[in-house]
Design a protein around this ligand. Sequence first.
Ligand code: PLP
Length: 341
Amino acid sequence: MNFASDNAYGAAPQILAALSAANNGTETSYGEDAVTARVTGKLTALFEHAIAVFPVVTGTAANSLALATLCPPYGAVFCHRESHIAVDECAAPEFFTGGAKLVHLDGEDGKITPAAIAAMLPHYARGVHSPKPAVVSITQASEVGTIYSVAEIRAIADAAHNSGMTLHMDGARFANALVTLGCTPAEMTWKAGVDALSFGATKNGALCAEAVIFFDTAHTQAFEYRRKKAGHLVSKMRFISAQLDAYLENDLWLSNARRANALARRLGDGLAALPGVTLAGPVEANGVFAWMPKPVAARLRERGAKFYDWAQEPERVMVRLVVSFATPEADVAKFIETAKG
Ligand SMILES: *Cc1c(COP(=O)(O)O)cnc(C)c1O
């Protein structure tokens, strides 16, 4: 019963098979290969827009290099206080931007709002004495498993653009959000005002593949130099791209996300029905955040369940449970049964 993270699981078999297939013959190196071109074509069709696509191997690299391309060293990136770029990336965004400031905004359910942006802007309006507001970054799905609606993204994009800022989306769980909203990739991104996207695949079935996507191809050269300088231009790029190629083939990315989300809902519903257990927020993607009595959490761990504690009170604990594309259904049922006692 491993609910610690969606990256606790391995890779989808289709993606492993694609790696084997990509191993045949020779290919041009450094991303000039046919597989990378095919992925760019697939994503261009999927997003219905001319885009610049850059595969990298971690989400931290995707976010940091995207932000570095959008934000000058003297700029500020507005993001949620609990966002991955703020708390989980060892200040890589600050490092790769050459010293930009990450400005933490508060917001319910892991989401920032246009009001929070408007309230912060006056603190960054002192000419050269304050860093220049340059980018707003949102996480879709958020770090607490919630999702921005298309209208919410549009409102944040308007707030950003009206202040001369661009909008970046950390889409480490892009597919999980997309299948819940039931909209198109275009509607969740550039049509709503998103300028750059970290398109995640690792958590939803790849081994190590994410793609940075710019909806303005003018960023191409600036990004390419940064990626190389950062050591993220993989010479045998076909193996990174082969993962993305298989991820997108036959809608594997969507079926994986639908499966994970459905099991997360089942887990959330099952736990919410138990006495003393309450959900800390809505289950909108593949994460479940639930308050439970401490003895219940202890019993689950005794029976081998793995998960993180997110918050503490004297009598109860809020746990984070993440369901992956490969989590066995039986583990979900067993977790609920074990929590029941
Ligand atoms: C997992 C994750 C990432 C990527 O993390 P890496 O460990 O660098 O691959 C980025 N953003 C969010 C919200 C994540 O959950």
